[in-house]
Design a protein around this ligand. Structure first.
Ligand code: NAD
Length: 445
């Protein structure tokens, strides 16, 4: 049932599927990112406001500010390590810049720029009063001690200076950063900004420091809500669905847990950077997480599921595929093979342009990342407003408000899809662009 992806690709290349999808080139039927969606919207004459023209689109696709830093990190052994770091502020037309900070050895300016751009459209789509930004530090945090990680994070904040702030730019967690890192960011910022509600400079903080109890699970919960709403829309029983999840970190774990425990779907496959497991009858997510954290971070020896090659999870027998790791996981090859009829993009930009086109041709429904993983920034918004007001909501209210906003955004996307007869990604970007463009025009751009 689960093959190595290389074997699967080989067998597909010999099958009729290959004839159905010959050397696939972008034929312009669908769109992949903000730029291509806007071009397609314009081609189809979707924007009725004539002021939404090429000049405005080009302005809205350009990053407002890009900060490149070289941070000197004094290691525990006394050596000095220069570390590259970036903060890209894409757009703040609708409110302060907002976006996560990622620590990963492969981070570069182009990636941070692309992710900052996504944030602008995501915050607009789900209607929260922020713009878009992203940060990245080119380091593998697993190679650092806790002291080194803290020193690096605090040095990052001092390098950023007044380019971040509660009403300027508000960072949050992303890949390899967590509540502890956010607490250090707050602490360093607060040392020099005591009179400006410094708690609101960063979201995703621990509850003890003004964080929201629902923030940790928020992105995964949003992904689960998208599955539930898709089933409602398509009249499907979620309990009959088999789900595969790539990535078992913050987003993948909570998405899998909530889908399994609250929605009752069957999680058949899970992978992380080190390995993967498959069980057609279902995987107990809590049990697997415990095993990953206590026994083997590659799931090696896990007896309640079969160990399979890591990337085979992307093409395993499932109805729903949830990429929740890094960008570009769903390649052309994966798109050709996967039997999934629904892809929920929990990670940012997990589908390549070619794969996007193939999935579209196959009739696969894609919940685009600017919608699918918006749960995190929605609860970050709740955290930020509560920090500014010093009035805190209970967990149940946070979860209910998150649910309400995700459902509203999903319904808006589906309505535009049906009205304009366009794909889900194009519909999501259409809505987001209309909101940012309206704000920009009202402000006199
Ligand atoms: P994380 O660091 O907590 O987890 C990442 C997971 O992906 C880990 O389990 C890691 O082992 C796994 N992984 C890495 N490479 C892999 C590979 N090649 N195959 C399989 N698994 C692999 O990160 P996260 O916060 O869960 O973020 C995941 C994605 O979601 C990223 O694209 C991020 O930008 C996006 N995202 C996160 C949030 C958030 O609130 N954390 C919000 C919006 C979007």
């Amino acid at each position: 049932m689960v093959k190595n992806i290389n074997e699967s690709i080989e067998s597909v290349s010999k099958s009729t599927l290959n004839e159905d999808f010959p050397e696939h080139t972008l034929n312009g039927k669908t769109c992949y990112n903000a730029e291509s969606c806007f071009a397609l919207n314009r081609k189809h004459g979707l924007h009725t406001n004539e002021k939404i023209d090429d000049t405005l689109l080009s302005y809205l696709n350009t990053c407002k500010r890009e900060i490149t830093m070289e941070i000197p990190l004094r290691k525990d052994d006394g050596t000095l390590l220069p570390v590259k770091a970036y903060r890209v502020q894409h757009n703040n037309t609708r409110g302060p810049f907002k976006g996560g900070i990622r620590y990963h050895q492969n981070v570069d300016l182009a990636e941070v720029r692309a992710m900052a751009n996504l944030m602008t459209w995501k915050t607009a789509l789900v209607d929260i009063p922020f713009g878009g930004a992203k940060g990245g530090v080119a380091i593998d945090p697993k190679t650092l001690s806790e002291h080194e990680l803290r020193r690096l994070t605090k040095a990052l904040v001092s390098h950023l200076g007044d380019n971040i702030g509660p009403h300027i730019d508000i960072p949050a967690p992303d890949v390899n950063t967590n509540q502890q890192v956010m607490a250090w960011i707050f602490d360093e910022y607060a040392k020099s900004h005591q009179s400006t509600s410094p708690l609101a400079v960063v979201t995703g903080k621990p509850v003890e420091l003004g964080g929201c109890s629902a923030r940790e699970e928020a992105t995964g919960r949003g992904v689960a809500i998208m599955l539930r709403e898709h089933c409602r829309y398509r009249n499907k029983d979620v309990r009959n669905l088999k789900v595969a999840v790539q990535g078992f970190g913050n987003v993948g774990y909570y998405a899998a847990k909530i889908i399994h425990e609250e929605l009752g779907a069957t999680i058949v496959g899970v992978s992380n950077a080190m390995g993967a497991v498959y069980n057609g009858s279902g995987i107990d997510i809590e049990d697997l997480k415990l095993y990953e954290s206590k026994v083997s971070d590659s799931f090696k020896g896990y007896s309640r599921a079969t160990e399979v090659p890591r990337d085979s999870i992307l093409v395993c027998d499932c109805d729903v595929l949830i990429p929740a790791a890094l960008a570009h996981a769903i390649t052309k090859e994966v798109a050709l093979i996967t039997p999934a009829t629904l892809v929920i993009e929990a990670a940012n930009a997990p589908t390549t342009a070619e794969a996007n086109e193939i999935l579209f041709e196959k009739g696969v429904f894609i919940v685009p990342s600017i919608l699918a993983n918006a749960g995190g920034v929605i609860v970050s918004y709740f955290e930020w407003t509560q920090n500014l007001q010093q009035y805190y909501w209970e967990h149940e209210r946070l979860v209910a408000e998150l649910d309400k906003r995700m459902v509203k955004a999903f319904n808006e996307v589906v309505t535009v899809m049906e009205e304009k007869k366009i794909g889900s990604r194009q519909a999501a970007y259409y809505i987001a662009l209309e909101k940012v463009a309206a704000a920009a025009l009202l402000r006199g751009f």
